[in-house]
Design a protein around this ligand. Structure first.
Ligand SMILES: *[C@@H]1O[C@H](CO)[C@@H](O)[C@H](O)[C@H]1NC(C)=O
Length: 244
């Protein structure tokens, strides 16, 4: 049994090594401020969609460190081993309610066939979709890979109370959107490969949109486009009903 586990671990390591090394080299290069300035300047010039948060790192934050590499490895591993796949059933993981600390399931937040889109932007589409933010482990804990760009300095959660307390701050960032927290087993983070952050749309218990790994793959514009298309398809089917 342990041999099987060791072999599995070795395969995972081999599969992750190229992307991990690429990220490590990128981080090392970005620690040269002249390179960092140039890369982020070019990214900003390329623009992208206005609703997408721009990728930027303050000059004072070192990227290449033991803590950052550990975090990157952790993120790649969760992404590689996640159960959530586009078109497949959505993992119904445990989450904890912020108000009363009741344990529930992620799909409890889905209402019928209405799409459940994780995280904000959904306000505009509030009539056709619901949303929920699942607060997971900190990507930049103050006792780990620290970042002065992080909106709050929060230490690693040692217990559920720590996590719930930190999530109260998170709630201020997303007014009007229900916030739940991942269990201390981190089951949502693992099943959805959510670290550092990630967007999903679930519908009818299935994953109908899976965003890329954050921060670089975190595209609110993709979520918005999906919902725009969904709205158009609803309008069309409504028209059809009228024609009939
Ligand atoms: C879940 O994440 C926290 C960090 O926020 C960590 O302290 C804890 O050990 C993790 N739990 C498991 C089961 O890995």
């Amino acid at each position: 049994m342990s041999t099987v586990k060791a072999i599995k671990n070795a395969i995972v390591c081999l599969a992750l090594l190229p992307r991990f090394l690429a990220a490590a080299v990128m981080f090392w290069l970005l620690d040269f401020i002249c390179i960092r300035k140039r890369v982020f300047f070019r990214m900003r010039q390329q623009g992208g969609d206005a609703v997408d948060p721009p990728l930027c790192v303050s000059d004072s934050n070192r990227l290449f460190s033991l803590e950052s590499l550990k975090a990157v490895w952790h993120g790649h591993k969760l992404d590689f081993l996640k159960a959530a796949r586009l078109g497949r059933a959505a993992p119904n993981t445990d989450v904890v309610q912020l108000e009363d600390q009741r344990r529930g399931r992620i799909l409890d937040h889905a209402k019928g066939e209405r799409p459940l889109a994780f995280r904000a932007v959904v306000r505009r589409h509030g009539d056709i979709a619901d949303s929920v933010v699942v607060y997971i482990e900190e990507a930049h804990p103050s006792d780990g890979w620290t970042s002065t760009d992080a909106p709050y300095q929060i230490p690693r959660h040692r217990c559920l109370e720590d996590r719930l307390r930190a999530a109260q701050l998170m709630r201020l960032e997303v007014p009007g959107c229900p916030v739940v927290v991942d269990s201390m087993e981190n089951s949502s983070n693992a099943a959805y490969g959510a670290y550092f952050d990630r967007l999903y749309i679930l519908q009818g218990g299935k994953i109908v949109y899976q965003g890329g790994r954050g921060p670089e793959g975190y595209r609110i514009s993709e979520l918005r486009d999906w919902l725009d298309r969904y709205r158009a398809s609803l309008d069309q089917s409504n028209n059809l009903v009228i024609h009939v």
